[in-house]
Design a protein around this ligand. Structure first.
Ligand code: SF4
Length: 192
């Protein structure tokens, strides 16, 4: 896969009222909260499992492989970066073992509030963790659900593979791109 020149999207600050959230055990993992990046007023919300690193070891901002592959796919599908906001099921990156079902169930409440506030036209869940959490179905899988729109808790939702999985398995890239084009075509038809 050729390297794509990705941009560092502006981070959306964590709202003051949840800044020091201790609602689940992940606050003990010593990773900072990341609320989202990109345009919070965007029509498309992309939901990943949890934030990746935004800074290198020296603390300099950088674009991780997940975001690089995601931006490459968006560019090739013709989706402008101003049209997207990227956020997560978990607002902190886990660093060791934790109670996954319970933590996702707790933290997804922040995402629910974000969605109500941002009111996007579509949600795109990337990866099985995001899909299973958002659809409230532990058996839901990208492989079975891709290529269609669903009503997930009242949100117009489509799915695709996690960009990191796509990066590790380049044979998934054509499917990933197909899914993003599916989203792009829907927007072009609906909002042109
Ligand atoms: S992972 Fe979510 S619920 Fe848990 S402490 Fe962080 S913000 Fe709060």
């Amino acid at each position: 896969m050729t390297e794509f020149e990705a941009l560092i999207l502006e981070e959306d600050p964590v709202p003051c009222n949840v800044k020091d959230c201790h609602e689940c055990e992940l606050y003990k993992h010593d990773s900072r909260m990341v609320w989202g990046e990109g345009n919070p007023a965007a029509p498309i919300y992309i939901v990943l499992d949890n934030p990746g690193a935004r800074e290198d070891k020296e603390g300099n901002p950088y674009v991780c492989g997940t975001r690089q592959t995601l931006q490459r796919g968006l560019a090739e599908a013709g989706i402008d970066l101003n049209f997207i906001y990227v956020t997560y099921i978990l607002k902190r990156k886990p660093k060791r073992a934790y109670d996954k079902p319970m933590t996702r169930k707790i933290c997804i409440r922040h995402l629910e509030q974000q969605l109500i506030h941002g009111s996007p036209k579509a949600v795109i869940c990337l990866g099985n963790v995001s899909v299973q959490s958002f659809f409230r179905n532990p058996d839901a899988e990208v492989k079975q659900l891709r290529g269609a729109w669903y009503d997930a808790n009242g949100w117009n939702t489509a799915v695709s593979y996690h960009p990191l999985a796509v990066r590790r398995r380049p044979n998934l890239y054509p499917y990933f791109l197909e899914d993003l084009k599916f989203v792009s075509e829907f927007f072009n038809k609906t909002y042109e």
